[in-house]
Design a protein around this ligand. Structure first.
Ligand SMILES: [Zn+2]
Ligand SMILES: [Zn+2]
Length: 143
């Protein structure tokens, strides 16, 4: 198990790293804005491998695009895991307290990367979201 937390500690959780399906970077404009960095890095996790260690009510959300509610600590503003929106839990990698052992293998929205961003992504880079075939294979791992 690996623990994660926000900057102030109000939001805490743990994950079973055996449930990590993928790690990806995303350079979309919204990920850049919300992180203040070149891209966001996420772990996509089986929901059964996620557990809150704090009151989920400490997490606030903002609908950055239709149906996408970005989660953050209501007190300190750190990104928080996004639960209940997709078949997977999106965990911000920077919130983890130790190394999950996986590395980002896919980059989303590469065409939106900032000119000043020095990309360090290995693996496949997609100009926007990956195509349906990618997601079909990904969802197959959920079984
Ligand atoms: Zn916090
Ligand atoms: Zn993004």
């Amino acid at each position: 198990m690996i623990s994660g937390s926000c900057l102030c500690g109000d939001v805490a959780f743990e994950i079973d790293e055996s449930g990590i399906l993928m790690s990806n970077n995303c350079s979309c404009t919204n990920c850049r804005k919300v992180s203040g960095a070149g891209y966001g890095t996420f772990l996509q996790l089986k929901p059964s491998c996620f557990r809150w260690k704090s009151d989920p009510a400490k997490v606030a959300t903002y609908e950055s695009s239709p149906g996408n509610y970005r989660a953050f600590c209501a007190r300190c503003g750190s990104r928080a895991p996004q639960c209940g929106q997709l078949p997977v839990v999106g965990v911000p990698a920077g919130a983890l307290d130790s190394d999950p052992g996986v590395r980002p293998a896919v980059a989303f929205y590469a065409e939106s990367a900032a000119a000043w961003c020095v990309a360090d992504v290995t693996g496949d880079a997609y100009p926007q979201m990956p195509p349906p075939e990618f997601w079909a294979e990904f969802m197959g791992k959920l079984q």
